[in-house]
Design a protein around this ligand. Sequence first.
Ligand code: ATP
Length: 258
Amino acid sequence: MVIEIPKDHPRYESLVIREKIIEGMHQKIVAEAGLIAHGRGEAFDYILGEVTPPFALNQEKLAVITLLRAKNPVISVNGNVAALCSKEIVQLSQILNAPLEINLFYRKPEREIAIKDVLTKAGALQIYGIDPRNQKSIPEISHQRRIVDSRGIARSDCVFVPLEDGDRAMALRNLGKDVVAVDLNPLSRTSLAATVSITNNITRATTELVNFAKNFSKMNIQELEEEKKLLNNETLLQEALKFMSSRLEELASDQKYL
Ligand code: ATP
């Protein structure tokens, strides 16, 4: 850690996460732009109260069911994800039987290697996305992220993209793939384009997803479908926005803020 955060600091968790991102940048895992993206996420997390709200748990359940029901699920990993939750992402990959694929907006060989090392340290046995012999291009995307792995995203029917940019989420949908995204901003193009959107901090969401995945992977198809019937992505995304708006209203009428 770059600086020592006092444990009694009221926003301890948030500051520890921020330090991890900064450290990730020094280790070449996180791109400079990743810091800015993180800041945008922090602003929305502040409104959530920096805890997982009930609607997000339901979004996470729907995400796990969608990934378990997919034929070829894949987990796309970028620098921020690797810096913040590599252990949980590797666990999720093992439970869901979904390979990991490094896919970067700011593609640089040293970043790919740094991310590969972090994932390997966290227990990953196979990592797609870095072997040039298996590269395939998705014409729908105009920047470097168009390059995907022929064994991973190219042939998948469902991609878990924990932190994604809107263009790519939409391109993956246009290719007929399901997209499961984590994005604290319920208004982002990613949140709106995804088949399942999780409006939560990636650090909390991945821990909770691992727990749901452990439980749901023991269920049969019928039980999963019964659970799924109770959950609707659009309704849950609306709930996310309503939650944020009513929390702001509550805070606005709280005497201590006047
Ligand atoms: P879009 O292209 O989807 O409309 P954007 O331009 O904001 O949105 P990016 O800048 O590519 O997208 O990505 C940043 C997104 O990631 C933001 O919407 C932000 O809320 C989200 N984000 C950043 N850090 C986290 C985090 N730790 N957990 C969850 N979401 C996060």
